[in-house]
Design a protein around this ligand. Sequence first.
Ligand code: PPY
Length: 292
Amino acid sequence: MVEKKWETRVGYLGPEASFTNIAAKNFFKDGWLLPYATIPECIEAVSLGELEYAVVPLENTLEGTVTLTIDYLFHEADLSVNAEILSPIEQHLMVHPANAEDWEEIKDVYSHPHALAQCYKYLFYRGIRQHQYASTAAAAKFVSENKELQIASIGNRLSAKKYGLVVVQENIHDFHKNHTRFLVLSKDKKILDHEGSSKTPKTTFMLTLPVDDRSGALHQVLSVFAWRRLNLTKIESRPLKTGLGNYFFVLDVMEDESHPMMNGAVEELQALGCKVKSLGTYYTHQTPSSPN
Ligand SMILES: O=C(O)C(=O)Cc1ccccc1
């Protein structure tokens, strides 16, 4: 492969034509985009210095957090968020052209767990079995290579085109307001400003509560933000993996981490006995719906 030294190396959850690929292409118009088979491999490539940036899915309106991403960022990696990309998501059912006529007979469908979950009602009422794949595009590729299995995949129109599949049912996601939030990650704390980005700073914190298990600890954490009028747009708990009842929290705050109120909030949280880590401040970039 010819090395394109002058370009920014950007990894994404691949293969080509995944939703993540479309989001990454929209944000890094001149980047050298490199597909990775899994989210951890993509994140790891940034940690190892093989890539400057990784683009990975974080959260979806219908199915919530991509736990693999958030858990890997907490437990395994030390990266910062430089931007978030919001993309409208439409899920289509696609099959190999050889199975297009009898597509209604198909009983097995492959896709990323979040894509399957976004179409839960559609699949459930038709008695279709779900099979998880690392990404929607990887599932489309698998379907294209296995026409004798009479299977379908769920994903975007570009992946159908790329892997030679036929869309047999459009927009099968259960709710219409379907968006996915992708993160742009790197080793450095910085805001990647993009033409058309929101310019509204958002900061993501990860924190653990004091170890003494005192009652009202989470209430104290929330009040640190509340009295400073720092607006939280998300709080989520995830297992610390050290025992039942032990969690870390992810908080999104609509402010720049260098703001004096944010410095004060972090200091107060530490004084309460919390361990706090900021993943950095970033802007939001919205993309149009998936290309055809
Ligand atoms: O990028 C993809 O294609 C993925 O499989 C992750 C995903 C799944 C569902 C919606 C958006 C991204």
